[in-house]
Design a protein around this ligand. Structure first.
Ligand code: ZN
Ligand code: ZN
Length: 370
């Protein structure tokens, strides 16, 4: 049986459907029938050719959920339990992290391991079904697999998606403590999940800056106390909002999830002396920020941290958080529209124009082979 996949041939070239042979399974591998994958900001960057080292053509779709169709040999999930055919599975999209290089062992920054690959981003389509925009996904030996908790709908998992996993890492990097005041810049999928997790981590007040209006109303539902639309307010008005919310002190923690050089310039004066700023949205080069180092870093005694990618532990903890909180936190509302494989150029255009916070892909539904 063959498998239909949507392939991104090159930057700015329309996505096209191609037929792939069903892969022969190596021992320890799984063939997953895809239930859902996603289209996030990273996919728009891929389409624009703004990520380095992408081996086009690729099958995009990094975070995905599916059902195990075939398993070769004994495969265990990250919890040590055996995986069986028919199980609803999720997997960590980063694979082949080597565990031996300087990044993996000396500096303990495995998200900077040069051997690592990411499904849907740095795996070439020429090597097979390594992306979620396909009827099936090949989970090669060594991929970190987990069962989707039975209470969590697959739609909810994928609506949280990569943004939720990234947000777990961000909140770790932010070292949030009970009662902290938090500013989140950006209300895309990463910012929205970060708002929710900041609340879970004990933030006393969460302020969110972003646009458009429908995402800001979702930001409130995710737990933001105050929101400001960056298209209808001035930087000075937003500064006043933060000052009023923090007794003039500035926030304890600011988190950049906007991917904007201007956002960095705006945030630094809004963080209190000795506070923390986590930069997570500059996944591509968004240009240079003008910073007065004396005023905004050195004298302020500021702690600025980058946040690159995520590790298996963030993925596993995201699953636990979904299991515990999926009914009370509206992750399901982030994935507002579902597309089939033949509609992905439209999906990319909608994501690019910010008409949807996150577009979902349902490869095996509503799509007929011709
Ligand atoms: Zn390594
Ligand atoms: Zn993503």
């Amino acid at each position: 049986m063959s498998v239909i996949a949507a392939v991104m041939p090159a930057p700015r070239v329309p996505v096209e459907l191609r037929e792939f042979p069903e892969p022969s399974l190596e021992p320890g591998s799984v063939l997953l029938d895809t239930l859902y994958s996603e289209i996030c900001g990273t996919d728009v960057h891929l389409w624009h050719g703004r990520l380095a080292g992408v081996p086009y053509p690729i099958i995009p779709g990094h975070v995905s959920v599916g059902v195990a169709r075939k398993i070769h040999g004994a495969v265990r999930g990250v919890d040590g339990r055996a995986i069986a055919e028919g199980d609803r599975l999720v997997f960590f999209d980063v694979h082949r992290t080597c565990g031996r290089c300087r990044a993996c062992t000396v500096t303990r920054t495995p998200t900077r391991c040069e051997a690592r690959r990411v499904y849907g981003i740095t795996d070439p389509a020429g090597e097979g079904l390594f992306g979620g925009w396909a009827e099936a996904i090949y989970l090669e030996p060594g991929v970190s697999i987990a069962s989707l908790p039975s209470s969590v709908p697959p739609e909810t998992y994928i609506s949280g998606g990569c943004g939720l996993i990234t947000a777990v890492h961000i909140v770790d990097r932010a070292a949030l403590t009970l009662g902290d005041t938090v500013l989140v810049q950006g209300v895309g999928a990463v910012g929205l999940s970060t708002i929710a997790l900041a609340r879970l981590a004990g933030a006393s007040r969460v302020v969110a800056f972003g646009a458009p209006a429908d995402r800001l109303s979702l930001a409130r539902k995710m737990g933001a106390d105050l929101v400001a639309d960056i298209t209808t307010t001035t930087a000075e008005e937003r500064r006043s909002l933060v000052a009023d919310a923090t007794d003039g002190l500035g926030v304890d923690v600011a988190i950049e999830a906007a991917g904007s050089a201007k956002a960095v310039e705006e945030a630094l004066p809004l963080v209190r002396d000795g506070g923390r700023y986590v930069v997570a949205g500059h996944y591509t080069d968004a240009g240079t920020s003008a910073i007065n180092v004396h005023h905004h870093i050195n004298r302020k005694h500021l702690d600025i941290r980058g946040c690159w990618g995520s590790e298996v532990g963030h993925f596993v903890r995201a699953l636990r958080l979904l299991e515990r909180h999926h009914a009370s936190i509206p992750w399901h509302a982030i994935g507002s529209r579902t597309y089939d494989l033949s509609e992905l150029n439209q999906a990319l255009a909608d994501a690019e124009a910010m008409r949807v916070p996150k577009a979902l892909v349902r490869p095996r539904s509503g799509f007929s082979r011709t």
